[in-house]
Design a protein around this ligand. Sequence first.
Ligand code: GLC
Length: 661
Amino acid sequence: MQFCKFCRGLVLAVFSSDLCFSNLDLAFRSKHIKYVRKRASRHMKMFKCSSVLQDCIGKQWFKRSGDGDLYLSGNATIKRLQLLRCKCQQAERVSGVTTEGGNGTWFVDSAKTLNLNGAVNSPGVLELGDTQQLTSEKEVLTSNGSVNKEEESLTTNGAVGTGRDASRKASVDPIEEEAWELLRDSVVYYCGSPIGTIAANDPTSSSVLNYDQVFIRDFIPSGIAFLLKGEYDIVRNFLLHTLQLQSWEKTMDCHSPGQGLMPASFKVRTFPLDGDDSATEEVLDPDFGEAAIGRVAPVDSGLWWIILLRAYGKCSGDLSVQERIDVQTGIKMILRLCLADGFDMFPTLLVTDGSCMIDRRMGIHGHPLEIQALFYSALLGAREMLTPEDGSADLLRALNNRLVALSFHIREYYWIDLRKLNEIYRYKTEEYSYDAVNKFNIYPDQVSTSLVEWMPNQGGYLIGNLQPAHMDFRFFSLGNMWSIVSGLATRDQSNAILDLIEAKWSDLVADMPLKICHPALEGQEWQIITGSDPKNTPWSYHNGGSWPTLLWQLTVACIKMNRPEIAARAIEIAEKRLSRDKWPEYYDTKKARFIGKQARLFQTWSIAGYLVAKLLLADPSAARMLVTDEDPELVNAFSCMISSNPRRKRGQNNSKKPFII
Ligand code: GLC
């Protein structure tokens, strides 16, 4: 059997849960389908916004322009509100839930509303108006039905735009201008308000799949770009509406995920209103993985949501959103889900394969670095935003303990450089004791010669995953970048990661930043680990493909470490091709020379990732909304753990008490 150059000796487990389920599935099928339908229609009732299309708006009104967009003939500029008349209250007021016939149907009431935990929100708490921008808009309907807005934003305090907004007008960079235009084209509206951006707006693609949905993780760079422009409403709407979706009951084969799970994506669907041919209603329909390819649970969504919530507060100065009772409840629900006790002995989050950006089988089940870095960032953000109250003391204690244990675990056991690799190479195995050096019983044979050759003299990185007897030595970019941004990696480690990127530039950046992971799985290992996934062939897509969206995360990491020149170099490379290639989702081949075989064009997070990278380089201080610095309390707790670590105090009587904050 041939294994990946970096992962020789990988232990594989083959599960056949599908087989076990099939009989049960058959027995339940007929009943279950009805059940699902009933539930679905119930869900559809939950978030709807009725609208009436004007009678005269028909297909004959639309003309296709040369570049594929649909325009309204005769009257190219049309007020959206003339097209779509919402019967419902303002979208942002949809905040309550009550029980109707025991069904838990959501209701719209601007007076008093109950959130899931039964807490009563006062009307004031639910108001959204504070930073609402007054806008004069020019709107054009595009092929996906979204409305482009060119706004001159005037905030209620009278300031026109922001400082950064003003610089927008001075900017003449044509690629940036194009990117802004495309980003605005991707905006999705719900009841007339911007609520997110679709994943891709590719007119050349024959199958849309779910790329016409708003993905939580994909919206993060879009949201940051809008924040950097001083356009806060879309982010605020996104945060509040996805929060409502969090509480939806969703099931897969009669099983519901834990409360607090955020959807992977959602879609605004339009339905004819019962009994009225000319009327429609808009419905937010989330996907928690129950419709996604491979049925993957999006563990990262809630973590990203917390990260964006913090960034929104920091950038806009509007803390009223994070202080809302329903938002505080949402944060706690995500935390409770992540901090719930399980069977695991590790402080890292145990997840299934495909639970993050890599959302299909790629051998990253267990404790993948990406999830751990986002988890750490979300814990820190939540700690900052949670308002102290008696009921949350236990949660905060659990959170603090987890932060310490998690950072210790990752910094100690995920880190490799040449010195550490040499240590692993000489590991003794089968150590049964409390003070084993090789705690996870890693067989030194896993250190392949190609990894030894690849590791630069200077630099190092956090490995992709750690399990009993298994280190996944692949380099995963997002996890490493976000470990720098969140401070999960130490300062020395953070600098060493950037050293490694510089030393391995031709592998990790090559002709398009940035490799999602390195190296690719090949041969039999690819067959076994991916299930011979034709989309994840070597050096394509998730399997060693290059993803321009990762540029923004690289930029934040470089700015944090005061090494922005690294990001600037990468952006320069990306700029040569991104617009010319029509903003692909990903690139293929070892050196990223080809546009990905199945890559969408006009992929929103490729566009937004580029914009965020540019905007942050122009104003590095703005990266503060994403970065977290090391907390002195954590450093103290961490050093206590280091000094009580048996690896360092082998043979000594280790009588130190565990550290509890
Ligand atoms: C792909 C990516 C995923 C992304 C989605 C929408 O499935 O793997 O990370 O969220 O496309 O762009």
